[in-house]
Write a protein that binds this ligand. Structure first.
Ligand code: PEP
Ligand code: MN
Length: 339
């Protein structure tokens, strides 16, 4: 339930509503706009409805949110889209951003070379995993904290904010120290305890869609982060499991316009993991921009053949500049500005 307060409702009136919402075990999520405060009452719908808040002092009207996700819904934000601003770069609304870098931080040299290349080609963020969720326990698992330190060095040199994955809550402090955006990987989209930890960290969160998760489930996962008071969340379509095996996953491009109809959160697309094949990355990145994505996240490597992880879909660093220009042209056609 959304409780829309009157313009100019007093703090005492707002506090009284919060107290009543909490008295039935519901969580009150406050969204203070310029003119109007909206209180999201997250909990048992009947209990909240029975509070009889219509007509309470300072309350303008109530709006039931019928969807299973609440805070992520476009309705909750009263049709106002979230634009994330991170280190002066914007994602969402009319701003299109490119996040690029190696799958995994492998070495100082590869990381710094790639970071310089993507920065020079106009990427806004550097990606790189220090803790990797590998399907096989025998595959390279990432450099851990040493990898995070290398990312910090790359940021110091290029100025690019860092996007890196939080794999386990035990890494929360060290991720908090080095990341600018916390990525929650597809395999952890339904790790609810981890989503709450990410929400509490206070950094922007890039939430990837689970391999077999519906879009409603993705939005409910986003609510786990948002309910911790962290409003800086972006969603990422990265391909889902279908019967098709020609590509690594099936990129669900319809997710982008569907999400735009239902959530205020920015939506980005990962054509790299979706396809597993670098030859498909550019056409799908362009398509993502054309259907209204707010950005892309792509893997880039100076020498993909030697990459320790995901070489087959990593773009050659020397191709990245042309790639980024062609994708930007599609984003501009859709009315976006490059962040
Ligand atoms: C990644 O971006 O490094 C990654 C592992 O992606 P996903 O969680 O989508 O598989
Ligand atoms: Mn990867």
């Amino acid at each position: 339930m959304m409780i829309v307060m009157k313009e100019g409702a007093s703090k005492a009136e707002i506090d009284a509503v919060i107290k009543r919402v909490e008295s039935v075990g519901a969580h009150a999520h406050i969204s203070a706009g310029e003119l109007v405060t909206v209180i999201g009452a997250i909990g048992d719908r009947e209990h909240v409805a029975n509070l009889g808040l219509e007509g309470a002092p300072g309350v303008d009207h109530l709006v039931p949110i019928l969807k299973p996700y609440k805070l992520a819904s476009l309705q909750y934000r009263r049709e106002q889209r979230t634009v994330l601003e991170i280190d002066g770069r914007r994602i969402g609304g009319e701003h299109f951003a490119t996040i690029a870098g190696p799958c995994t931080v492998e070495s100082r040299e590869v990381l710094l070379d790639t970071a310089r290349t993507v920065r020079d080609a106009g990427a806004q963020f550097l990606r790189g995993g220090a803790y990797k969720p590998r399907t096989s326990p025998y595959s390279f698992q990432g450099l851990g904290e040493a990898g995070l330190r290398l990312l910090a060095e790359a940021k110091a040199e290029t100025g690019l904010p860092i996007v890196t994955e939080l794999l386990d809550s035990q890494h929360a402090d060290v991720i908090h120290e080095h990341a600018d955006v916390v990525q929650i990987g597809a395999r952890n989209m339904q790790n609810y305890a981890l989503l709450e930890v990410a929400g509490k960290l206070g950094l922007p969160v890039l939430l990837k869609r689970g391999l077999s998760s519906s879009l409603e489930e993705l939005l409910m996962a986003a609510d786990y982060v948002l309910k911790e008071g962290n409003e800086r969340v972006m969603l990422c379509e990265r391909g889902i499991r279908t019967f098709e095996t020609a590509t690594r996953f099936t990129l669900d491009l319809s997710a982008v316009p569907w999400l735009k109809l239902h959530t205020h959160l920015p939506v980005i697309v990962d054509p790299s993991h979706a396809t597993g094949d670098r030859r498909l990355v550019e056409p799908l990145a362009r398509a993502a921009a054309a259907v209204g994505a707010d950005g892309i996240i792509v893997e880039v490597h100076g020498d993909p053949e030697a990459a320790l992880c995901d070489g087959p879909h990593s773009l050659y660093a020397h191709d990245f500049g042309d790639f980024a220009r062609r994708v930007a042209a599609h984003a501009e056609l859709d009315g976006k500005r490059i962040a």
